[in-house]
Every structure is written in structure tokens, then in C-alpha cells.
Design a protein around this ligand. Sequence first.
Ligand code: 4FD
Length: 221
Amino acid sequence: MKITILTLFPEMFSALGASILGRAQKEKKLEVEVVDIRKYTEDKHLKCDDYPFGGGAGMVMMAQPVGSAIEAVDPRHEARRIYLSPKGKTLRQDMVVSLAENERLVLLCGHYEGVDQRAIDLFIDEEISIGDYVLTGGELPAMVLIDCVARYIDGVLSPESLVDESFSEGLLEYPHYTRPVEYRGISVPEVLRSGNHAEIDKWRREQSVLLTKKNRPDLLR
Ligand code: 4FD
């Protein structure tokens, strides 16, 4: 999968070189291309934002640099074009799975108060939010989206990592333990060391239901 990111702050994406996403790129399973929107402005002072028509606080990203940057993305391959915005449809695991089926994604990161609506209307397929809060820019949401989509690219994770995880059966995941058996007076639950896999499965399912009732009762309705 190839993901093209359009941003005024390309340096923020150096974080994608670390850990599992870094390995996925080295192994050519994921390609990340970061495009600096400022390169596409036709303004002689390289300006990419301006005051909002109708007044109000903040600045708006101009349609021209955003539109030209999107149009410069390799047109030989069809891509799903996504704008990260607090007004978008809230990202959920089922959407992540379907996004991962695309060979190409283009992610537009807005800043300030967002992007001129005409660039959205002309060039964007889908507006996505990562949750009900406002950030200074769409860069962190873009990285969140890339991270959760990359987990579904073949060979990035082991297949087992994807089946048992939180949300996979509409429940939160059970608690995990590793060595030592005792830490600061707290022991690993006996059942997990019993070797009885029927009992272990039953305990884990009970724990999942209890935790979901406590933290996410909305998932049970
Ligand atoms: N919740 C999110 C996305 C972007 C963002 C921005 C309009 C502000 C939160 C468009 C207004 C983009 C999110 C930048 N904050 N801030 O996914």
C-alpha cells in the first residue's frame, strides 16, 4: 500500500520511521510519501493561508495550494482521498479494515481552522475524524489512521495478532500477564497457569464482558 500525505508540516512525519511502521516500510509492504503543500503555492511569498470570508477567528488554508498539491499526486493510480477533520465521520475498526483494502490513500492534513471548502468539495472523497476533540492540525490524526491501517497490510503483523484484539468480537480485550508470577505482592491469576485451555478461554471471556460493562457499556447494547 502507498499512502501520500499532504501537509504544511512534513517534518512531523519522521515518527513513522520507528517501530513496526518503520519495518513495514523497509520491507516494502508500506510506502509513505510526504508532500509539502507549500511547494505548490502560486503566491510569491509562499503564503498558504488567508483570512476567512465572513470574518471570525483564525486562518483558512487556501484552495489553490491544496488543490494543486492533490492534482500533482500520481494520476496513474486511483486513490481514496481523505481529509482528516473533526467534522468527519468518526473512525472505527470496521472502517480501518475497509481502508486497508485500498492500494493507494491520499491524506490531506488541515491546519488553522481548516481548508477552503471548495478544495474539499472538488478533491476529497471522504472526511474522517479520529475522535471528538480538536487538535492544532490533521497530522496526528493522519498518523493514527496510517498506524491502524498498516496493521491490516499482509505481513505487517502476525495474523493471530488481529483475531483476538479489542473490538474484534465487540468486546474489550481481557487482561494480559507475563513473568514474573508475582510482582509487588500481586500474583498472576492461577487459571492462566493451569494449562486448562477451556478454563482459560472462559476466564478471558468473563473478564472481557466485565471490563466492557465497566468502561464501554455502549458496546454491549
Ligand atoms: N478529531 C481532528 C482532525 C483535525 C484537527 C483541523 C478543520 C481543524 C482534530 C479541519 C478544523 C482540520 C480529528 C485540524 N483536529 N485539527 O480527527
